[in-house]
Write a protein that binds this ligand. Structure first.
Ligand code: TRP
Length: 471
């Protein structure tokens, strides 16, 4: 009787995406976020472009694509959150991967909410500039802003509250509807900005920075960072895509959806670099204000372009930051949903209660992060990974994206490639073509998930552990 009630309550809680494009919208909404617009441009800058971009692209193809496919597959097969999904398909030992994922999600959401909060103030500044005229911010203004502890606490609180608000309502009506309208608009504005940026004098320098690799310029730690970022930007390694896959219709093609998410996400990341570096190389004053705080690139560089170089920029600027905010929101939602769906399925909580507990716990982490940008010395100088990674926020970012996600991802490849019943792969993605021959994508996926991806991740992790150089 208990099992029956349990089963019934589970299947009742299991919403499905409302439309055929529901999964693709939500999954690309999860993938496309601050990782593309904020993080990728600034870590690429620190790693001297070119070679780093190549390593990142290789990681996306060799590691990102197969793990994306594997996660969706686990989710859709089990129709459960990551912890219970591994439990069902592999037994209780494997469910540890799910627990690691939940922990990783808490950590990422904790600092992500702080950065996401900056979109709120950028929007307000832009409204102000649009109405009263643009004045370039003074040098050091950004440092002052992030060092303002009370403001950072408030902004991250607002952002988590927004995330919790959408999650508590269920995902179909809130986020699915919003992303359907907003993500395409964001895409169009980015395309428009790329085209405009191409008219600026710094274009060639920007392109050669991004696209001409010089491997002697790549810091050794850059390889781990590129792999870590491939996980981060694609929302992989912690079960977010398992969770979203669990709401996916059985008729959808996993291969196609996975590939599309990977491509969209990558295009956006490269576009963000093209825009930002072109401005940096074109406008000397931006280069000066950026030099102190590359972390703030997205928030310092773009207003300058929009207000000084681009037709209709005055109108677009505030709109752009709203959209960046939404891109961030559709990502924070996917992070919180992993935690909340676990509390609902495993602890039998109501969605409201689960949301409150999940968001509340996350905010505790956010507090430490928000105060680690200058407000509290002990938190700001806290360091495990050495120079350039000081402060609780960057330490947690480094820990989660470069270690926790790749390790989670490694176990996912091993599980799906070697331990899971291989018939599940056949059932979920289809093994045969109409003429009875074995599907090429199927073979390629099997090869990648069994050999290529785990070996690549392991090689990087091992060389990091043994080569003292990597941080
Ligand atoms: N991919 C998102 C970004 O690039 C961030 C994100 C959302 C994420 N969900 C995740 C990262 C799950 C890792 C795991 O902004």
């Amino acid at each position: 009787e208990f099992r029956r009630v349990l089963f019934r309550s589970m299947s009742q809680n299991r919403e499905q995406w409302g439309s055929r494009v529901g999964f693709i919208l939500a999954a690309s909404g999860s993938a496309i976020g601050l990782g593309n617009l904020w993080k990728f441009p600034y870590i690429t800058w620190h790693n001297n472009g070119g070679a780093f971009v190549i390593v990142y692209l290789i990681a996306v193809i060799l590691i990102g694509w197969p793990i994306m496919t594997a996660e969706i597959l686990i989710g859709r097969k089990s129709q459960k959150n990551p912890v219970l999904a591994f439990d069902e398909l592999g037994g209780s030992n494997w469910s540890l991967i799910g627990w690691l994922g939940v922990l990783t999600g808490l950590v990422i959401l904790g600092y992500y909410a702080v950065i996401a909060g900056w979109t709120i103030t950028s929007f307000i500044s832009c409204m102000n500039w649009s109405m009263n005229g643009y004045t370039a911010p003074e040098e050091g203004a950004f440092g002052e802003f992030i060092g303002n502890g009370k403001l950072q606490l408030l902004l991250s609180f607002i952002f988590l509250a927004l995330t919790a608000g959408v999650i508590s309502k269920g995902i179909k009506k809130g986020i699915e509807r919003a992303t359907k309208i907003l993500m395409p608009i964001l895409f169009l504005i980015i395309v428009y900005m790329v085209i405009m940026a191409l008219g600026l004098p710094g274009r060639n320098e920007a392109f050669s920075f991004i696209f001409s690799p010089d491997f002697s310029n790549l810091p050794p730690s850059g390889i781990l960072e590129a792999v870590g970022h491939a996980f981060f930007t694609l929302s992989l390694g912690m079960g977010a895509m398992i969770t979203y896959g669990s709401y996916m219709d059985k008729k959808e093609s996993i291969f196609k959806n996975a590939a599309l998410v990977v491509i969209l996400d990558t295009v956006l990341a490269i576009a963000a670099c093209v825009i930002m570096y072109t401005i940096i190389f074109s406008v000397p004053s931006v280069k000066d204000s950026i030099s102190g705080s590359t972390v703030g690139m997205l928030f310092i560089t773009l207003p300058n372009l929009l207000y000084t170089e681009i037709p209709f920029g005055t109108i677009l600027a505030p709109v752009f930051y709203i959209l960046v905010g939404f891109a961030a929101l559709s990502s924070t939602i996917s992070l919180l949903e992993v935690i909340v769906s676990l509390l609902i399925d495993k602890m039998k909580m109501s969605r409201q209660k689960a949301t409150l507990i999940g968001a509340g716990t996350t905010y505790v982490i956010s507090i430490f992060c928000a105060l680690s940008l200058g407000a509290v010395d002990a938190l700001s100088s806290f360091s495990i990974f050495g120079p350039g990674k000081e402060g609780v926020l960057s330490t947690l970012d480094h820990l989660a994206s470069n270690w926790m996600l790749p390790v989670g991802g490694l176990f996912i490849t091993i599980f799906v490639g070697w331990f899971m019943d291989q018939k599940i792969i056949q059932d979920e993605v289809g093994k045969f073509n109409d003429d009875g021959s074995v599907n090429f994508t199927y073979n390629m996926f099997k090869f990648f998930i069994r050999f290529i991806a785990p070996v690549a991740i392991l090689a990087v992790i091992i060389s990091v552990i043994f080569g003292k150089d990597f941080s």
